[in-house]
Design a protein around this ligand. Sequence first.
Ligand code: NAG
Ligand code: NAG
Ligand code: NAG
Ligand code: NAG
Ligand code: NAG
Length: 324
Amino acid sequence: MQHTVGVGVLLFVFSFYGECSHFRGGTISWKPIHGHTIEFTFKMGWTFGSGPGCSNSKIGQFVNTTFIGDKIWKCDQGCKVPKKPVGTVFYYCTGANEIGSDAEKWEQGENRFQETFIGNGPFIISYTGAMWMNLDFGNPNGWNLQTTIDLRVRDDINSTNSSPITASKPLYTLQFSCYHELKLPMYDPDGDLVKCRWAVGKECDSVCHAMPSASLDEDTCTLKFNTSTGSNYTNNGWYAVALTFEDFPTKTIHVGNEQFNETTPMSTVPLQFLIHLVGKNSPCNWKPEFVSPTPPAGTKISISAGKSFTKKIYAANLANKKET
Ligand SMILES: *[C@@H]1O[C@H](CO)[C@@H](O)[C@H](O)[C@H]1NC(C)=O
Ligand SMILES: *[C@@H]1O[C@H](CO)[C@@H](O)[C@H](O)[C@H]1NC(C)=O
Ligand SMILES: *[C@@H]1O[C@H](CO)[C@@H](O)[C@H](O)[C@H]1NC(C)=O
Ligand SMILES: *[C@@H]1O[C@H](CO)[C@@H](O)[C@H](O)[C@H]1NC(C)=O
Ligand SMILES: *[C@@H]1O[C@H](CO)[C@@H](O)[C@H](O)[C@H]1NC(C)=O
């Protein structure tokens, strides 16, 4: 009798854990500050109400509502202390969607932390937990976001590498039964060549290749997929994308004693996010397109910290360009 009660309680705890921890991806990048001190910047998304507590009324504020599951970035490889905690996942609230079904609601935030390493590495910093929200392809379960760090000096810049930087929304809502191309932004502070590829193995945990028959242009990081009838995509379907970005030197260099060239990556950063397909009666090209004088895609604009930036952007319907 007592045995039965014990099992019941255990099952309850597991299902509670699964329902409450709805991870929606994120990214992390890093740069050297001085010596072996590295500053990490991360961005993360959660199902609204399941994360650190971002909402539309708290944008810009630090939020640290506690939630079920791990809340710590750890050193997964290379540190003397195994699984050394290096930062929390609490963050400054940057955006939230509080309307729609529970699945459509999300929150997102970002924050930084610093860590002083011993030795040159390589190190892996990661954030691992369970669970992803329910998906329509694959078996969503645990997540892992990780980045690799090499602190050896590059002989072309006489200093330590900085990782590439990327970003996305936690959720892209796209029209079902259409062909889509999604170009993800990427940038490298050292001017290195950046490419993206599908995350593999531990890099993506339960959401590796969770986009049916999608292809990836690694040079421009453009994800291409056709959700038309007959594909493995379903109306109202939810899908996770897990990518890894890498930086390559544009010429042969030495990092420590090792030679690197345009085929050998110096670091890796993750980008994970969700796609939701929604059926509509309108044609596939019935969507907004940015038009001049909006700055072209990929334009880089530098803004000093703390300063605000204003720029007007213009959009037209792709199916009827005369309507702005
Ligand atoms: C949340 O942050 C505030 C302000 O930094 C701090 O006083 C408080 O102890 C934090 N709470 C938790 C649960 O970390
Ligand atoms: C790096 O250091 C070497 C040796 O001191 C020097 O010759 C080279 O010009 C430096 N390169 C840069 C980019 O600072
Ligand atoms: C998407 O798939 C549909 C059905 O197989 C096909 O007719 C259409 O040409 C495809 N679109 C693209 C851009 O590949
Ligand atoms: C759908 O998925 C199944 C199982 O992964 C695969 O065998 C099939 O070829 C896929 N169909 C299309 C149209 O991609
Ligand atoms: C790049 O480096 C790798 C590993 O050191 C080496 O095998 C390869 O031949 C190099 N490629 C070029 C174009 O130098």
